[in-house]
Design a binder for this molecule. Structure first.
Ligand code: NAD
Length: 294
């Protein structure tokens, strides 16, 4: 399938376009920044440029709309409310409208669990994006899937994390690894390949990571004392955790994503177990940082 990725040169887009190429799909990218690898077509443009948007969707079978300012741009105040509205609302409208005009029926909207922050700048723009996606699905009989990943900025994004331990501290609180988010998008693309005219229109799916802890562990967290649930699964690791400023007694926040598993067949792989293996290598000075490490 010819799959257009908006924001395809960003963290998620890079992984996704590599994976799509590998499995025989044809990724195209519209992004202000050039992709880091070869793609079928690259449109060096903003999704606010209507001419470029229209050219980019022309040959697409499916659009994965990724480009957006996100949580980090709000918390660091590097983008204004106007910037957010332009890219996340107008940009999303432009992609949906161009898809409707060109007859592209398959559309994946990368939303966020931040929709829970409905009065926040970012959360609000994602709510508006989802609303538009639903309206276009109904009005133009488009097959739309909304994915709501929780935060997934990777450890190798040095503009956010200065070292691996900082990222690990964040991940240990409950999180999804970017490679799993990428898998969830592939699952959504496959779902759209195999299904059309599904109901409800524009379903939304939460995307979380993998966990060793059971529901019972989470419900009765540390009932035998601080750090005991962690030690049960990762014996002998508490000291390494503390050494790097992580807290083994901290209960991770785990999200319900039964539907994502059942409907899309999503099966996240990266868990605390994987993170601990990487943390051990970081501690030993042998961790290879970057996308190549995974
Ligand atoms: N990163 C997270 O933690 C997280 C969590 C939940 C949801 N999301 C969602 O995932 C998506 C992006 O994730 P990411 O981490 O890959 O982001 P990213 O910031 O790494 O990439 C965004 C890409 O969009 C491009 N872009 C910016 N303005 C553009 C424009 N006007 N036209 C075309 N391209 C433009 C940028 O050049 C960049 O390559 C967003 O929709 C975001 O809301 C992210």
């Amino acid at each position: 399938m010819r799959i257009l990725l908006t924001g395809g040169a960003g963290d998620l887009g890079v992984l996704l376009s590599e994976a799509l190429s590998k499995r025989g799909d044809e990724p195209a990218v519209i992004d202000l920044a050039p992709p880091h690898h070869s793609v079928k077509s690259y449109f060096p443009a903003s999704i606010l440029n209507l001419g470029a948007v229209s050219a980019s969707v022309e040959d697409a079978d499916c659009i994965v709309h990724i480009a957006a300012w996100h949580g980090i741009h709000e918390s660091k105040q590097t983008k204004t409310a106007g910037d957010f509205h332009d890219l996340n609302v107008t940009g999303t409208f432009n992609m949906l409208d161009a898809a409707a005009i060109e007859g592209v029926k398959k559309f994946i909207f990368i939303s966020s669990t931040s929709i829970s922050d409905r009065y926040g700048i970012y959360g609000h723009t994602k709510i508006l994006g989802e609303e538009m996606a639903r309206a276009f699905a109904h009005r133009h009989d488009m097959d739309v899937i909304i994915l709501r990943p929780r935060a997934f900025i990777p450890s190798w994004n040095t503009s956010v994390y200065t070292n691996f331990a900082e990222w690990a501290a964040w991940f240990s609180r409950g999180a999804v690894h970017i490679t799993d988010v990428m898998q969830s998008v592939l699952c959504a693309i496959d779902y759209l390949k195999d299904n059309s005219g599904f109901s409800p229109k524009a379903p939304a799916f939460v995307v979380d990571g993998a966990y060793e802890f059971t529901k019972d562990d989470l419900d009765n967290w540390d009932k035998d004392g601080p750090g005991t649930t962690f030690e049960k699964y990762y014996p002998g690791v508490s000291e390494l955790f503390r050494k790097h400023g992580l807290d083994p007694a901290r209960k991770p926040k785990v999200l319900d994503m039964d539907e994502t598993r059942q409907v899309l067949g999503y099966a996240p792989q990266y868990s605390l177990k994987n993170m601990i293996e990487e943390l051990k290598r970081y501690d030993a000075g042998t961790l290879k940082l970057g996308r190549d490490a995974i």
